[in-house]
Design a protein. Structure first.
Length: 368
């Protein structure tokens, strides 16, 4: 009897261990029993952009340098911060030689006028006399006066031209603004010196029209065109952005300092962005970041969490009849937290939204 009890206890223990083993085995595979969230390809508008640094500048500006050949600087007629219009006098030069030449030309013009008047009077007097018997002498004298009169007229015209030339040179002693804007700075002690060392006496800029100048690669130069939208930001002025459009893309590459020193042959093209609407409260020379919108189109996307990156590419898990299938995909542009899929999956595919590390190809799952 006791022996039967022992045998029964052993059988019950074995059965309990078997049941416990199966329960533990089932609990070890939660991915196959728990419902897993899936997603499908979603149509979304994708925006392609090119980002490049730039420098804030005036769209229109004028630099006035000292011109020694005009004479001595007489005075500056504007002040820093003053608003000027195109044509406003900015500064004047004093040139004694031009003043003397103006007086000389005035005297020469007066002399030629007197000479011309004298010849005209003589000709009138001669025409008033009756021809005597020596008619040939009268005709010869009259022809001579007409020649002298013609020469005097040419001399007077030459004197007038000389006067106009001197007058223009004297007017040029006053330098005028070529643009409407604000006087940014005045440096009376700027001096002349070599062109590469000179500082402008007056700097005028149009603060109502601001641009950002930068450089782009030859690859980006193909994609960037006039009137494309641009978002402008600054690391200095955080949390703010400004809207603009592409104003100009250079047709000729520029040579950078890095090229000349290191021999780097990389090609870069100049680009200008015109800021529209509200202008940044920043000074010219501030470093800005340009985000140029080069393309806007419809694309098929999935959340970035659905994509697993491996050494040989990027993959997603697709559910087919409650079985996982590992599929290699080709990713295009990024839009926020979504990725464009250009190849690998179809519109009807159920894609695991959050694949885990323990998932594998051929694994059985319950997908939602």
């Amino acid at each position: 009897m006791r022996k039967k009890i022992i045998i029964g206890s052993i059988i019950i223990t074995v059965i309990g261990l078997f049941i416990g083993f199966n329960i533990a085995k089932n609990q070890a595979k939660p991915a196959s029993t728990a419902a897993i969230k899936t997603v499908k390809l979603m149509p979304k508008e994708i925006t392609s952009t090119v980002m490049t640094p730039g420098t804030l500048s005036f769209s229109e500006e004028q630099f006035i340098y000292e011109e020694e050949e005009k004479g001595k600087l007489k005075g500056i007629t504007v002040k820093e911060g003053e608003t000027v219009k195109a044509g406003t006098p900015l500064l004047t030069y004093e040139n004694k030689e031009l003043e003397l030449e103006e007086q000389q030309q005035a005297l020469a013009a007066e002399s030629s006028t007197l000479k011309l008047e004298q010849l005209q009077n003589r000709l009138r007097e001669l025409d008033g006399k009756k021809a005597d018997e020596s008619g040939s002498h009268f005709k010869s004298e009259r022809d001579q006066l007409k020649l002298e009169l013609k020469a005097a007229e040419l001399e007077q015209k030459q004197a007038e031209i000389s006067q106009e030339k001197v007058k223009a040179n004297i007017e040029d002693l006053t330098v005028h603004s070529k643009i409407s804007g604000t006087v940014i700075s005045i440096e009376q002690e700027a001096g002349a010196g070599k062109p590469e060392e000179r500082q402008p006496i007056i700097h005028i800029g149009n603060e109502k029209k601001m641009i950002v100048r930068g450089l782009i690669s030859e690859y980006d130069a193909i994609k960037i065109k006039k009137k494309q939208k641009v978002k402008v930001t600054s690391d200095v002025i955080r949390g703010k952005s400004w809207q603009g459009v592409v104003k100009k893309v250079g047709a000729v590459p520029v040579q950078t300092a890095a090229e000349t020193t290191s021999g780097d042959q990389s090609v870069q093209y100049p680009v200008e962005i015109e800021i529209k609407g509200k202008k940044p409260k920043a000074k010219t020379g501030f470093k800005m970041i340009m985000e140029i919108e080069t393309e806007k189109r419809q694309a098929h996307t999935i959340p970035e969490t659905a994509v697993k990156k491996e050494n040989d590419g990027q993959y997603v898990y697709v559910v087919e009849k409650n079985v996982l299938k590992k599929v290699k995909v080709v990713i295009g542009e990024t839009s926020g937290h979504d990725l464009e899929v250009t190849k690998g999956v179809k519109a009807e595919d159920q894609i695991i939204a959050h694949p885990t590390e323990d998932m594998y190809d051929g694994m059985e799952v319950n997908a939602e």
